[in-house]
Design a protein around this ligand. Structure first.
Ligand code: ZN
Length: 177
């Protein structure tokens, strides 16, 4: 397993539409293992393959909502290959979202509170489930990455420009430090 560099906005690769996975094989599972390692190390709760420069329709998510007795997050890794989302609820949820490709920037985004999802896991098994709560928000955020969409695209132009300016400034300061 390898920790891979995460691509950051405004890198044009984040705007690429990812293509479907044709076979779930050991090469793909090696990519997925790298994605988990990269996500946990960052740390984050979700990562799309394109965020490490691979334009394939693969997402990894681990909300890490619970902790063990030592305060360590309990891992419940989820893999979504070729995910398809349908039946968005009219009910909306607002969540203060962030993104490993837009580091240290957060903004409230409104999304359907529930969705229906179909996907393959890392064994090639098909899943078909209704999804709610933080997982629904996270899955929609990651799904956007497969279409070349970032969470900041859901903000007003003014807010989006503010976030991108802050990001650029933070990068300059990091370089100067
Ligand atoms: Zn993201």
């Amino acid at each position: 397993m390898t920790i891979r560099p995460i691509i950051e906005a405004p890198d044009p690769r984040l705007r690429v539409k990812s293509t479907p996975v044709e076979t779930v094989d050991d090469d793909l599972r090696a990519l997925i293992a790298d994605m988990f390692e990269t996500m946990y190390e960052a740390p984050g709760i979700g990562l799309a393959a394109i965020q490490i420069g691979v334009p394939k329709r693969v997402l990894v998510i681990d909300l890490q909502e619970e902790e063990d007795a030592d305060g360590q997050p309990i891992r419940k890794p989820l893999v979504f290959i070729n995910p398809e989302l349908t039946d968005p609820s009219e009910d909306l949820n607002i969540y203060n979202e962030g993104c490993l490709s837009v580091p240290d920037q957060y903004a409230e985004v409104e999304r359907p509170a529930a969705i229906h999802a179909r996907w393959l896991d890392e064994k090639g098994v098909q899943h078909d489930e209704a999804i709610t709560g933080l997982l629904a928000t996270c899955l929609q955020h990651e799904m956007d990455h497969l279409e070349g969409i970032l969470f900041i695209d859901h903000l007003s132009r003014l807010k989006r420009e503010m976030v991108l300016k802050k990001l650029e400034k933070a990068k300059r300061q990091k370089k100067a430090a």
